[in-house]
Design a binder for this molecule. Sequence first.
Ligand SMILES: [Zn+2]
Length: 495
Amino acid sequence: MLSRMAHGWQRIAALCCAAVLLCLLIWHFLPWSSGIPKFTQALKNASEGLTDYTVELRLIPEEKTEAISETIRYRNDTGDTLNWLVLRTWLNAFETEETSPAALEELYGACYLNGFSYGGLTLYDVTWNGQPAEYAYVNPDKTALRINIPALEPGESGTLFFRCVAAIPDCAYRTGWANGCWQLGNVVPLLSVYSDKDWQTDAYSPIGDPFVSECGNFHVSLHAPEGYVPACSAVLTKGKDGSWQGDLLSARDLALCVYENIKVAKEKAGSTLILSYADTEDHAKRALSSAKKALRVFSELYGDYPYPAFSVCQVNFPFGGMEYPALCMVGIDQYSAEKADSLELTVAHETAHQWFYAMVGSDQALSPWQDEALCEYAVLRYVQNRYGQSSFEALKYYRVDAAIMESVPGSLTPGSPISYFSNYQDYRTVVYGRGAALLMALDDFLPGGTDAFLKAYAKEFAFQHVTRKQFEAFLNDYSGLDASPLLLDYLDTAM
Ligand SMILES: [Zn+2]
């Protein structure tokens, strides 16, 4: 009897141990195995009162579509009475070759690998506070949708709802399907930015990143076929019904990549979960290692990384990378062995955008230097920090000094809006290279140097949208000097 009882207890103990081991194993192989990351108190504080987006997504690969159901709870903080809202519907630019940003001559062959492919949104059931709302596109590429609403006074709130079907083009671009990856940047419609008594309706420029939006809070659910792996600005976890769920606070966009087949590397660095998605384990680990180093350097230089996770997503497009809040896309070419340095610098540049674009927003259509030049400068500091002064000098010569010597059309300056540029070569030389020269000049001009200024700038304007005028005013206040002639010289004077 005793021995049988002892045997029973041994079996129970063994079963318990096996159950614990099984749980640990399952935990280890889940993408969030390092622990589901939490939002910081700073992020929670910043999220209060922001526009709230509840987004339900259903990817239907066989139809090359994504069904979207979206509820936007909006409070009018503009100070004006609003009679309409404007949604940015960027995907509609992919309807025709005339408006598609991927149809730019220098990109077409690399993006439309199988010829032109249609993309666009079909809207259904647009309501405001439960009542049908009239709507119409207000710009030629149909990327700005005006929705009429009954007068919404300052301080009043309301709820916009709509469903739409997004046709995803066969296109190696930031939006498109390519080689087993659903690259879903700028697919979810977002409210535009209200400034100077109107909503912004900039066209989808083929050069640069024309996206301008305020921070909001996102609640996401995604249905994708079994076996597909999603990467998202929000950390997604799989529910019992097979759908993926997640939240993201204080973010100005929501991007996803959904993979049919992918390798994932993951690591917790401090309080940040880093996820890296690539075609091989080695590639995923290399990109993760670069992201980890960049997050550490920039956190020290410009303040804490704000989001609980950061995803680096290998995609198919002819660019180095593309930034979104808590996520970046990196072109598959960057992962080749010959481009080891290039992958590291690309990841560093896109990671820097988490501070200058994602956290501190600016008008990327009107003043692209305000995020691109800052990120290019940050990459130089990253290299100096990691590899020393001579590597910094070499990269500075290659990316900044050479840009100043290069010949470009006379009217282009780093302060030009993206609509002035007709090719990527000039855009990169002027906005990135010559723009970064301003930050190098500020390093001599400012008593504490540029990095200390950028840290104060990031703290002052976290989760806000900063105009050039505000940048300039803050710079003058911060330094106690008049930096305006320097800005005029570097940003607005043609060479
Ligand atoms: Zn950039």
